[in-house]
Design a protein around this ligand. Sequence first.
Ligand SMILES: [Zn+2]
Length: 299
Amino acid sequence: MLSRRALLGSLAPLPFLSVLPARAAAPLPAVATISILADLVRQTGGDAVALTALVPPDGDAHTYEPRPSDLTTLHGAALLVENGLGLEGWMDRLRGASGFAGVRVEAAAQVTPRHFTEDGRITIDPHAWQDPRNAIRYVQAIADGLTRAAPEQATRWHARAADYAAEIAATDRWIAARIATVPPAKRKIVTSHDAFGYYGDRYGIALHFVEGLSTDDEPSAKDMARLIDDIRAQGIRAVFIENMTDPRLIRAVAHDAHVIVGPVVYSDALSPPGGPADTYLKMLRHNTTAFVVAMQRND
Ligand SMILES: [Zn+2]
């Protein structure tokens, strides 16, 4: 065992260190719950952040089951970015068990949530990122969180956030222009679960879906029959499978309603790297192109 004197001696500054070039600070260890948030953090933090997403690409945040390794990842993180609005029901327990002691950001904290009152109960729609104007609020919250975790880089975080927010705003204008090519009466979409409500509100699109706000809502035979009647009555020509949901329900709907199954769209998770929606902005563009082509064929 080292004596106290030897230990102190070993900690004394070494004279030659002062002539070494200044080393770049190690990347800030950060965790985001879902791949969409991870991309927003990556765009805002750049290579000054070492990022882990808990729910993988194509994964389902509603039904995610944390792995033992998530505890270690969280324990060592300086920043944690969650969506909030009830999306990550599994997060409070995981965070508590991990002993996470870094900065916690609830990305959707400044968003005006969509909500419904059902049987006297208020249900909040967590999918706020599908409106790009909300994503800009997310990015501001992330830049503030990065600043709390590493204040010496505040200028960098806010400059990157402003650049990225401008890109998001440009994408929002692009989407609005694409949707404007579809006559309002044709703006109707059918998806597996109710994940595109903010998108629909933003661009004036009516939404129909098999499941409710969460993928673990089990639709009844009556719900399915009502949706099929709706599709026929509304003259809807295509239904969409989401990347992170079981495709069987929507295939059954397409079969019974005699409509086609459109391309896969991305709602709660990005595609794996190299896929058609491996960043948030690519996801918005991919989904919009798929929706616009299908909506043009509606009655
Ligand atoms: Zn969802």
